[in-house]
Design a protein around this ligand. Structure first.
Ligand SMILES: C[S@@+](CC[C@H](N)C(=O)[O-])C[C@H]1O[C@@H](n2cnc3c(N)ncnc32)[C@H](O)[C@@H]1O
Length: 230
């Protein structure tokens, strides 16, 4: 891994105010190296240049970590500590692998319909010695579980994401959807059973682009159920 990539990652981590150990920085760099290596054969992502992978994938995913940390702290403060996260349509492990590295207390599963992508995440878990990370080959719609947090990035509309993953969300759990610019139309299209409790803007170091997290939870009606008749 080149010195300039290492320096750019360290600067990005600093500017996000993240407090990561040398070991965690090393794991992020190792993940980047594995992504580059496997991408040549398995076509995990259309982003191919190492510098672009750093900004568009690693730093972009890292930008969500402080927001996730704040959310976890708030939930723990309210006596509802979260310990499990499902990353839906994780592809090459984004943002799931980054979350698993930065938040070792969280058990992270990355699910993808493409077998080689799930296998790659499993390989990352072994190579980086991340006991809290698992790659799962499945359609999210087939998963029933009780994950405290269900995340996605570049996956589907908010309506499809929440409908397809609702069986995997624990009672009282929350959805974290990483989006580009404020998705006004998708928000307006959400069914009444999904409550948006925060749209949080994000800043990605080295990237001049709009990003946000849409935080959601079950509303009055279960997601997918028709809104109450008037
Ligand atoms: C555009 S990629 C995004 C990958 C990654 N999250 C990222 O940000 O780079 C969407 C991924 O969702 C996966 N996918 C599509 N439908 C799915 C489903 N129903 N269940 C699980 N994964 C799915 C695809 O195989 C693909 O890897």
């Amino acid at each position: 891994m080149s010195q300039s990539l290492q320096a750019a990652l360290a600067a990005g981590v600093r500017s996000l105010g993240l407090n990561l150990s040398d070991g965690q920085i090393g794991q992020l760099l190792d993940f980047l190296a594995l992504l580059q290596k496997w991408n040549r054969v398995y076509n995990l992502t259309a982003v191919r240049e190492p510098g672009d992978m750093l900004t568009h994938h690693l730093l972009d995913s890292l930008a969500a970590v402080p927001a996730l940390q704040r959310q976890l702290a708030a939930q723990a403060g309210a006596g509802q500590a979260a310990s499990t996260l499902l990353d839906v349509g994780s592809g090459g492990g984004l943002p799931g692998v980054v979350f698993a590295i930065c938040l070792p207390e969280l058990a992270v599963q990355c699910v993808d319909t493409v077998a080689k992508k799930a296998a790659f995440v499993q390989q990352v878990a072994v190579s980086l010695r991340l006991p809290n990370l698992r790659g799962v080959h499945a359609r999210v719609e087939s998963l029933a579980g009780s994950f405290d947090i269900v995340s996605s990035r570049a996956f589907a509309s908010l309506t499809d994401f929440t409908a397809w993953s609702q069986a995997a969300l624990a009672p009282g759990g929350i959805w974290l959807a990483m989006k580009g610019k404020h998705p006004a139309e998708e928000l307006a299209a959400l069914p009444g059973g999904v409550e948006v409790f925060h749209v949080e803007p994000l800043r990605v170091p080295g990237l001049d682009a709009e990003r946000c997290i849409v935080w959601m939870r079950h509303g009055a009606n279960p997601a997918g159920a028709p809104d109450a008749l008037t």
